[in-house]
Design a protein around this ligand. Structure first.
Ligand SMILES: [Zn+2]
Length: 283
């Protein structure tokens, strides 16, 4: 483990990301059609024949078959391998950002050096979750106005597990992060609901931010909430004006803003906070 260089681990993270992307492809195809995710096992949607595992490998399977199914030679959309490759790149980004941040600079030597600090793994795994979880949160919240529990509650579980890797967020900080972030947003939503006399905050957002709290700690979750709210206002004001002519109820889901803000704040939250403090209070 100690001698394996970073570039090798980057390939591993690419493969992991591509596998998650491949799983997303299955979900996107099966969920709206009401097909179970595990049963029946992988089969051709056209001729219903079973697909052998080697053709199911992300990206490789598609290239192997040159974009045509092995069973009935029908074209397979290039969207599938592209989606898998993008998820693979997000996996690479997760580990690379962790290694670069720990090293403080990027050089060729960084790719050849082994990953020594456990904190790099803790950061990389949390970042992996944040980046690859952002896609389903955006897609599902925009389409169905809900946030999948597997990402929100799953984030709490993942955050707590990762916190046992030394060097990152400690288990206590993780627990505190989930409780303060989730509890705080719940209280804000509750207050807003009482004041506005209508549902102001979905419980899905509360669980999602609790997950971010578990992964990033209290500070990261608070920064995420602030930046998500700012992003929301920037997008919502022109959108609201456009929609006013329709029915006026053009409610925009908040989940995607949280999901975009979270990895950004995990990476640059501290710098952004310092910049803000310098800006407001001077040197
Ligand atoms: Zn077929």
């Amino acid at each position: 483990m100690e001698e394996i260089p970073l570039w090798y681990w980057l390939l591993v993270f690419f493969a992991l990301g591509a596998c998650v992307g491949s799983f997303y492809n299955v979900i996107v195809y099966r969920m709206p059609r009401g097909i179970s995710l595990i049963n029946p096992p992988s089969h051709c949607p056209l001729c219903k024949k079973h697909i052998p595992i080697r053709y199911n490998l992300p990206i490789v399977g598609w290239l192997w078959l040159r974009g045509k199914s092995a069973c009935c030679h029908q074209p397979i959309s290039i969207i599938y391998p592209i989606g898998e490759a993008l998820c693979g790149l997000l996996g690479v980004l997760a580990l690379f950002s962790a290694a670069a941040m720990s090293a403080g600079s990027v050089s060729l030597e960084l790719f050849r050096a082994p990953v020594v600090e456990p904190a790099v793994w803790a950061f990389a795994l949390s970042m992996f979750w944040l980046l690859l979880g952002a896609y389903p949160v955006c897609a599902v919240d925009c389409k169905y106005k809900l946030i999948p529990d597997s990402i929100s509650v799953g984030g709490i579980v993942a955050g707590l597990l990762i916190s046992f890797i030394p060097g990152g967020v400690t288990p206590l900080q993780s627990l505190l992060g989930a409780a303060v972030a989730g509890g705080g947003l719940y209280l804000m939503g509750w207050t807003a609901t009482k004041l506005l006399k209508k549902d102001a905050m979905g419980f899905g957002d509360v669980k999602l931010l609790a997950g971010y709290g578990a992964l990033m700690g209290v500070t990261g979750a608070v920064e995420t909430l602030i930046v998500a709210a700012l992003l929301g206002i920037i997008v919502m004001v022109p959108y609201g004006k456009l929609r006013k002519s329709d029915d006026g109820s053009g409610q925009i889901p908040f989940g995607p803003f949280l999901a975009v803000a979270a990895p950004l704040m995990y990476l640059w939250g501290e710098q952004l906070f310092n910049l803000y403090v310098t800006f407001v209070f001077g040197e």
